[in-house]
Each structure stands twice: as structure tokens, then as C-alpha cells.
Design a protein around this ligand. Structure first.
Ligand code: NAD
Length: 356
């Protein structure tokens, strides 16, 4: 790769929350979910190329702050993300994030963006890509347990990519379900509010659990899960934070993103270290079997992996061109002589007589 002209590198495009919201409307939310899903799938197909490491987590009593880096050899990316279930009670998001892409050749950043909205989009896109491979072929009804910030995105991606038509909703807080129903009214989904997780799971071919609680919760117990369903379990994503009864895991074929991270953070942290799992990229590339029969319970133990953020960042970078939906960020020092950083700083010295 030849060196880009220095002038091309002086500013880094930055996508604010405001501009991300505008980009969602510019593209259309369903189209954007499908577009990100295509990039996520494409990167699962290139899985072996990527630098992979479990995310670097800093835990506290209240939550977790994590860094999620990866590279495909040409481009490097990372996301900063938190998970603080107590935040909503204080009027704050449980999950908030930002991220960056950089050119491996120069090491210079090429994109900085908010990733709170983008994480919801990429998590939903990933869930739908996985369900496309694992859910029963005629799946039309999804139970959505946990109706918080991620839930509408999950619902729309499952509608757009997997053909889900009916949502059966449950949240311990009925206000969350009311909010979801308001937000998704008129979007082509039949919405059914349920009084318990058990009721929501009745008649559903896909069960999504997307709750936030910093404990080993039992959002789904063994008796609620019938044969043949696909479980999309994405809320348990931290040590000591799970959603499913271990009996469900024992009856399911479990699919994961990156085992070294999922064994620390996923539902399978409840199981022995050698509990068998299948990496989802192997199913996507045809190297491993996905759904084998109508009675099998498939379980996606989704914790969110760095390559999915990388895919979403690549998508945003590619869509941004010509939209003007970014600010140029002056975050790279650009002295005329690369070795004269000091001289560049001194040129900003106020003229004598100027106020300091
Ligand atoms: P949120 O706080 O906005 O919503 C969570 C909802 O779960 C709330 O409405 C809450 O009332 C409900 N809830 C809590 N316990 C419940 C229970 N036992 N039964 C039913 N409902 C219950 O959080 P969010 O942003 O929607 O995220 C949900 C979870 O998903 C979080 O734990 C988050 O860390 C996780 N997450 C995972 C990924 C991933 O890639 N796997 C990505 C983003 C978020």
C-alpha cells in the first residue's frame, strides 16, 4: 500500500450521536440492519484472518468497562463499552460505547464514532445472522424477554432477516413493554404483551433473552423451553451475569462467537470448562453443522465479539462517504516537518502583547 498524502490524514471523521441518528434515517433502519448483518457475516467468513483476544474488562461493584480490539491485517478497530445495569434507575444507559478504526499501514485513525446506537444495531444484526443459520426454517414468532434499549433493534433485525412476524413480549417492568409496543407500532409486527416469561415463550420458535441484571438470574427455566426452539441469549455477558437455568444448556447445542471469551462471560460460565460448543463462524462457512433436526434446541450464547464491532465500523465508514454526516476531528498532530513537533507547538505561542 502506498503512503497517503499527509493532507488526507490531518482530520479524522467523527460521527456524533446526532449524526448516527441521521445516518440511520438516511439509510433506513431495516436496510441498515441488513447492511450491517452482511458485513458481520462477511467478517465471520474471514474469521481466521483476524487478531483475536477476549475483551479486556475492568470490573467494579456497579458494572464493567471493556475494550474490544481486533485487526484484519489492513485495518485495526476497537470499541470502548460499559455495562452498568443499575444505570437506568439513574436515568442513564446500561450500555454506552464509542469506537475507532485505524489504518494498519500508517497507524493513523480513519474513523471515530459513537457506538451506543451502533452497538444496538450490530448486536441485533449478529443475532439475526446467527438465527438465519440456526432457527427453525418456518420461524414466525419470537419471544422477547427484556424490553429495554436493545429490544426494538433485535425485533426489527429478526423481522427483516429471519421473517419474524409476531413478537411475544415480557419484561419485569411493564413500562418497558409499553415503550416497545409504542415504538414498534405500525412496523409490520404483531405485538403481544405477556404476563410472564413462560407465557411469552409459548408458541415461539425463537426466544430472545435480553435482560440486564448483575447476577446469575433465571430468566428462563428449563420447563419453559420446548423442543425445536432457537434461543438467542444475549443479556448474560459478564462473569456472574447469566440468564438461563443450566438445565437448558445441558439440553441444547450451544453456539458461540469466540470460546475463550464466552467461557468467561457467557451462559456457559455455569458449565464445566470442557462443555462442548460450536463456533458460529464454522457453521457459516460450512465447516460445522448448525441445526440438525426439528427437535434440537439451538442456543446462541451471544456475548458480543470485537469482529462484530469491526464489521459495524467498516459499514459506517463505507456509508459515510458523500453524506456529510460527520465532523472533521482535529486529533492528529500534523507538523510540516514530522520531526518538528516542538516547532509546531511553538508556532501557536501568542504574539507578545496578546492576552495569555
Ligand atoms: P436495559 O437496561 O435497557 O434493558 C434491560 C431490561 O431487562 C429492562 O427493561 C429490565 O426491566 C428487564 N429485566 C431485568 N430483569 C428481568 C427479568 N428477570 N425478566 C424480564 N425482564 C427483565 O439494557 P439493554 O441495553 O437492553 O441490554 C440488555 C442486556 O444485553 C444487558 O445485560 C447488556 O449488557 C446486554 N448486551 C449484550 C450485548 C451482546 O452483544 N451480547 C450487546 C448489548 C447489550
Amino acid at each position: 500500500m502506498s503512503a497517503p498524502a499527509p493532507s488526507e490524514l490531518a482530520f479524522v471523521p467523527f460521527v456524533s450521536v446526532d449524526n448516527m441518528m441521521k445516518l440511520v434515517h438516511h439509510i433506513g433502519i431495516e436496510k441498515m440492519l441488513s447492511g450491517i448483518a452482511d458485513y458481520v457475516e462477511e467478517d465471520f467468513r474471514r474469521w481466521e484472518l483476524f487478531d483475536k483476544t477476549p475483551r479486556v474488562a475492568s470490573h467494579s461493584k456497579e458494572g464493567v468497562i471493556e475494550l474490544m480490539p481486533t485487526s484484519d491485517g489492513e485495518t485495526y478497530g476497537f470499541k470502548y463499552v460499559n455495562g452498568h445495569p443499575k444505570n437506568t434507575k439513574e436515568g442513564l444507559q446500561t450500555v454506552t460505547a464509542f469506537g475507532l478504526l485505524a489504518d494498519v499501514y500508517t497507524g493513523y485513525p480513519v474513523l471515530v464514532t459513537e457506538m451506543t446506537v451502533l452497538t444496538a444495531l450490530r448486536t441485533a444484526a449478529t443475532s439475526a445472522v446467527v438465527a438465519k443459520y440456526l432457527a427453525p426454517k418456518d420461524a414466525h414468532t419470537m419471544a422477547m424477554i427484556g424490553n429495554g434499549a436493545q429490544s426494538e433493534f433485535q425485533a426489527l433485525a429478526m423481522k427483516e432477516i429471519c421473517g419474524i412476524k409476531t413478537l411475544r413480549l415480557y419484561d419485569v417492568d411493564p413500562k418497558a413493554t409499553e415503550k416497545l409496543m409504542r415504538n414498534l407500532e405500525g412496523r409490520g409486527l404483531t405485538l403481544q404483551s405477556c404476563k410472564s416469561a413462560e407465557e411469552a415463550a409459548l408458541g415461539a420458535q425463537i426466544i430472545t433473552t435480553c435482560t440486564a441484571d448483575k447476577q446469575n438470574a433465571t430468566v428462563l427455566s428449563d420447563n419453559m423451553v420446548g423442543t425445536g426452539v432457537h434461543i438467542n441469549a444475549i443479556g448474560g455477558d459478564c462473569p456472574g451475569k447469566t440468564e438461563l437455568a443450566s438445565g437448558i444448556l445441558a439440553r441444547s447445542d450451544v453456539f458461540v462467537e469466540y470460546p475463550p471469551q464466552t467461557r468467561i462471560e457467557g451462559e456457559i460460565q455455569q458449565m464445566p470448562e470442557d462443555f462442548p460448543v460450536t463456533e458460529i463462524w464454522k457453521v457459516i462457512t460450512g465447516q460445522a453443522e448448525g441445526r440438525k433436526d426439528e427437535r434440537q434446541i439451538t442456543l446462541f450464547d451471544g456475548v458480543g465479539f470485537a469482529t462484530e464491532d469491526f464489521s459495524a465500523l467498516r459499514y459506517v465508514r463505507d456509508q459515510l462517504k458523500g453524506t456529510g454526516l460527520y465532523h472533521d476531528l482535529d486529533m492528529l498532530a500534523d507538523p510540516d516537518d514530522p520531526r518538528d513537533l516542538f516547532g509546531m507547538v511553538m508556532r501557536a505561542e501568542p504574539e507578545s502583547g496578546d492576552a495569555a
